[in-house]
Design a protein around this ligand. Structure first.
Ligand code: AKG
Ligand code: FE2
Length: 261
C-alpha cells in the first residue's frame, strides 16, 4: 500500500491557500466504504439492484426527487452511515499520512459525518459560510466526494487571502451585498475533486455551493479531524468528536491524570 505523505510543495500550498486536493493512499478502503454507501442508498430508496441504471451514485436523482424528498433521503443516509459504518476511521485510513501531517498522532474525529446530496436543479445549495469560529480553526475538514465533482456539481471556496479580503470588505461595507457578490464572483473557485481524492481545507475559508446545473447528482461527505490537544471551537468537543487514536505516551499521560485525579 502506498503511504506517500504530502510533498513540501503541497504542504506549502495548504499553508498559503488553506486547501489542497490529495489522492487517497488507501483507495481500497475508500472503495469499500463507497460500495456500502451505495447499497444503503438503494436500500433506503427501495430500489432493487436490477433497476439501477448505470450503477452509479451520479444517477441517484433518477430515484429521488429534489427538495424535501432529497433532504429526507440525505438524513436517512446520514443515520445509516453513522450506525453501520465507521466513516471517521475509514476516511482517516484512506488519507492517513496526509491527515497525520496536519493534525499529528493524537486525533479526534467528528462523530457523525455530514452528508450532502445535490441532485441537478435542487434549489437549496449550501450558503456561503465559514466553519470557524463555530468550529475550531485548528481542525481540518475532509471534503470527500463519492462521485466525480467539478463545475456547479462541486463546492466553491475562497482561498486564505480571498477569505480575509471578503471579511474585510463585508466589515467595511456591511450593506453592499451587490459589491460583495461581485467580489465573490471574481475570487470563488469551484473545486475539481475526482472520486478517489479529497479536498482538505481549513475551516477559516469561506465556501458554499451553487445550484447544480450539471446533468448528474452530487453525493459527498464532509468530516473534521483535529489534534486532541488543539484549542477547541464553540462546539462541545466530546459530543461532536470522539478520540480516534492516541500515542502510547498520551495514553500513559491520560491514565496518570485519571489516577491522580
Ligand atoms: O458540500 C457542500 O456543499 C458544503 C460543505 C461544507 O460546508 C463543509 O464541508 O464545511
Ligand atoms: Fe462548511
Amino acid at each position: 500500500m502506498a503511504t506517500t505523505p504530502m510533498s513540501d510543495a503541497m504542504l506549502d500550498e495548504f499553508e498559503a491557500r488553506g486547501f489542497v486536493v490529495v489522492p487517497a493512499v488507501d483507495p481500497s478502503t475508500l472503495d469499500r466504504m463507497r460500495a456500502s454507501v451505495r447499497d444503503f442508498a438503494y436500500e433506503i430508496l427501495g430500489v432493487s439492484s436490477g433497476r439501477i441504471v448505470g450503477d452509479d451514485l451520479d444517477r441517484l436523482h433518477e430515484h429521488v426527487l429534489a427538495g424535501d424528498a432529497a433532504n429526507t433521503f440525505r438524513m436517512a443516509l446520514t443515520n445509516v452511515m453513522t450506525e453501520r459504518l465507521d466513516v471517521g476511521l475509514d476516511v482517516f485510513t484512506a488519507f492517513e499520512p496526509h491527515l497525520a501531517q496536519l493534525v499529528g498522532i493524537d486525533v479526534l474525529v467528528q462523530r457523525a459525518p455530514n452528508v450532502v446530496f445535490q441532485p441537478p436543479g435542487d434549489p437549496r445549495p449550501t450558503e456561503l459560510h465559514r466553519d470557524a469560529p463555530a468550529n475550531s480553526p485548528y481542525e481540518v475538514v475532509v471534503w470527500l466526494p463519492l462521485v466525480d465533482c467539478a463545475g456547479t456539481k462541486s463546492m466553491y471556496l475562497l482561498d486564505e487571502l480571498a477569505s480575509r479580503e471578503a471579511l474585510a470588505f463585508h466589515r467595511a461595507h456591511p450593506d453592499d451585498s451587490e459589491g460583495f457578490q461581485r467580489y465573490l464572483d471574481e475570487v470563488a473557485e469551484l473545486m475539481v475533486v475526482p472520486y478517489g481524492s479529497a479536498l482538505l481545507f481549513w475551516p477559516g475559508l469561506f465556501h458554499g455551493s451553487l445550484v447544480n446545473r450539471e446533468v448528474d447528482s452530487r453525493l459527498s461527505i464532509n468530516i473534521r479531524y483535529k489534534n486532541l490537544f488543539a484549542p477547541l471551537g464553540m462546539k462541545d468537543p466530546f459530543r461532536y468528536f470522539r478520540v480516534l487514536r492516541t500515542s502510547p505516551l498520551t495514553r500513559l499521560g491520560l491514565a496518570f491524570e485519571r489516577d491522580e485525579g
